[in-house]
Design a protein around this ligand. Structure first.
Ligand code: HEC
Ligand code: HEC
Ligand code: HEC
Ligand code: HEC
Ligand code: HEC
Ligand code: HEC
Ligand code: HEC
Ligand code: HEC
Ligand code: HEC
Ligand code: HEC
Length: 266
């Protein structure tokens, strides 16, 4: 090779190396799986991941809705969408969901007490102190804070055994419910009348292990519906997301006859 062609050859080499890297790297510049095999009881689905993300130009968050801010750190759908929300799910999920911030997508509220009008109940509304405080002065010698004797705890809605004080929530609620049945029947909307629902998001540490207070781990305390109805199970989650979008756009397989277009394998 003649010496004067050397710089050109080097330049060409560098350029083709750059082009090759550019070709191998995904167009979006992110290292995402191209195709994903999803084996399941309905027949394996081969999902063209890069096809959807890059060719059809669908943003990551449309599907990976758990990480609204970050494009990395996506999680398998099944970490949150259990086949069922049974005891086995509950036992393992806190350890298997690896993003603390994700806990609040389900465990989303803390109930802080509001100023609820104690004074007005004492005076204007013509109530007796003992409509709420114990009539039996051997139990509560004079009106005082319920928390002095009733321990902190999540509302269960159950009556405590005679002789043992129920937890604070059950004790206080038991008194209020006699006149405010409607508020308790109203579930999550009713709680907000007497409590400020503080999003856990604002109180959880974003780093380190999170141990949630059992006070707000029981969905049924506020919701009539079981978790499965609030957060779809695994098959519904996939079907709703995949077919939901196809139907909305009128593109891609959806509907009763389209099963085999996705479930192609064994
Ligand atoms: C059309 C929906 C859709 C879009 C758009 C999409 N993904 Fe995915 N992605 C999926 C599904 C479904 C899976 C499989 C999840 C599973 O196995 O539970 C997946 C899996 C992944 C995985 C592998 C996770 C693992 O632990 O195995 C990564 C990483 C990923 N996606 C990143 C991205 C990024 C980054 C983008 C945007 C550039 C993106 N995805 C866009 C639906 C999508
Ligand atoms: C970190 C937990 C988490 C992960 C991971 C997750 N989801 Fe969800 N998903 C939820 C929660 C909580 C809800 C219910 C609240 C809501 O609607 O946002 C939900 C709701 C849904 C819904 C019903 C609401 C709607 O948008 O129509 C669909 C469908 C869904 N998820 C599909 C998926 C798919 C598919 C994946 C994987 C690509 C996935 N989810 C990953 C937690 C998660
Ligand atoms: C997809 C929704 C979802 C996500 C996300 C989620 N949980 Fe849960 N969690 C549940 C459901 C459903 C239950 C069962 C509640 C019930 O019994 O009503 C539960 C129960 C619990 C319990 C109580 C277990 C017991 O023995 O009483 C703890 C503690 C808990 N979750 C912690 C966490 C932590 C920590 C995270 C985040 C790492 C998290 N959860 C994320 C849905 C979720
Ligand atoms: C409608 C129910 C209700 C009535 C009626 C009521 N109380 Fe109370 N009272 C409560 C509850 C619940 C608490 C504890 C929680 C709170 O303060 O919000 C409380 C707390 C108190 C406390 C402690 C306050 C503190 O700051 O620690 C005193 C003292 C008290 N009540 C006195 C009275 C007296 C005296 C009357 C009658 C004139 C009365 N209450 C009528 C429900 C009631
Ligand atoms: C000085 C201690 C003390 C204070 C203060 C107190 N309690 Fe109690 N409470 C008890 C004990 C002890 C029991 C169990 C007694 C029994 O079942 O006979 C009990 C039982 C109850 C019960 C279940 C039995 C019943 O009476 O229906 C309710 C409801 C209750 N308390 C509500 C309240 C409320 C509301 C307040 C505050 C306004 C309050 N208590 C303040 C000691 C206290
Ligand atoms: C009629 C008003 C009212 C309604 C409705 C109501 N609460 Fe309460 N709740 C109270 C009062 C008052 C207290 C006692 C607060 C205090 O002593 O500071 C309380 C106590 C609690 C506590 C106990 C806090 C502790 O430290 O132990 C929890 C948890 C709670 N409520 C959750 C709920 C939830 C969840 C709902 C809805 C399903 C609800 N409450 C509906 C008035 C209400
Ligand atoms: C004996 C009946 C009775 C009991 C018991 C009772 N309330 Fe009330 N409450 C009333 C009446 C009557 C009103 C006024 C109705 C209205 O404003 O619509 C009222 C109004 C309210 C209101 C809305 C207006 C305000 O004053 O802030 C709240 C909140 C409330 N009560 C909370 C409670 C809580 C918390 C308890 C239990 C600790 C309780 N009530 C127990 C009769 C009762
Ligand atoms: C302290 C009360 C409380 C607890 C406990 C609670 N929620 Fe909720 N949840 C609410 C309230 C209030 C709303 C309505 C929020 C709004 O309208 O902005 C809601 C809304 C939701 C929604 C959105 C529903 C919709 O139709 O948009 C989902 C999904 C949900 N909750 C799931 C759960 C799950 C799963 C759990 C248990 C892990 C849980 N919640 C525990 C109070 C609660
Ligand atoms: C946000 C919208 C959206 C979501 C979510 C989505 N798709 Fe698609 N899908 C499309 C579009 C747009 C096409 C292109 C249709 C065309 O070009 O005719 C498509 C086409 C397809 C096709 C046929 C052509 C091909 O690329 O293979 C299959 C199979 C398919 N999608 C499977 C899935 C599966 C499985 C999921 C869920 C894991 C999913 N899609 C989620 C928008 C979506
Ligand atoms: C757009 C693509 C698509 C279409 C169309 C589709 N599915 Fe699915 N289906 C999926 C995906 C993705 C999964 C979840 C794969 C996984 O669990 O990893 C799934 C899961 C299933 C499962 C497995 C449930 C489990 O718990 O293992 C069954 C059964 C199923 N589908 C039946 C059907 C039937 C019947 C139809 C037609 C009415 C259909 N699917 C249409 C994509 C599709």
């Amino acid at each position: 090779m003649q010496k004067r062609y050397l710089p050109v050859a080097i330049m060409t080499g560098v350029l083709s190396a750059v082009a090759l890297v550019g070709y191998i790297m995904p167009v979006s510049g992110e290292d995402i799986p191209k195709r994903i095999l999803l084996p399941n009881a309905g027949g394996a689905v081969v999902f063209s991941h890069a096809g959807h993300a890059v060719d059809y130009n669908i943003s990551c968050q449309t599907c990976h809705h758990e990480s609204k801010e970050k494009r990395t750190n996506v999680q398998r759908c099944k970490t949150c969408h259990g086949v069922t929300y049974d005891a086995a799910f509950v036992k393992t999920h806190a350890a298997s969901i690896n993003d603390n911030a994700a806990c609040v997508t389900c465990h989303h509220y803390e109930t802080a007490p509001k100023k609820w009008g104690h004074e007005r109940h004492q005076s204007e509304l013509g109530l007796e102190c003992t409509d709420c405080h114990h009539k039996d002065t051997s139990i509560e010698p004079e009106p005082q804070s319920c928390a002095n004797c009733h321990e902190s705890g999540a509302p269960t809605g159950k009556k405590a055994e005679a002789g043992t004080p129920p937890n604070q929530a059950d004790a206080v609620h038991a008194r209020c419910v006699s006149c405010h049945e409607g508020l308790f029947a109203n579930k999550e909307k009713g709680c907000a009348t007497c409590h400020t629902l503080k999003p856990l998001r604002d109180t959880l540490p974003q780093k380190g292990a999170v141990k949630l207070n059992s006070m707000f781990t029981n969905c049924a305390v506020c919701h009539d519906k079981p978790a499965q109805k609030l957060v779809p199970g695994s098959m519904d989650a996939y079907h709703k997301q995949c077919m939901g979008c196809h139907e909305k756009l009128g593109m891609g397989p959806y509907g009763k006859k389209a099963c085999a277009q996705c479930h192609t394998g064994k």
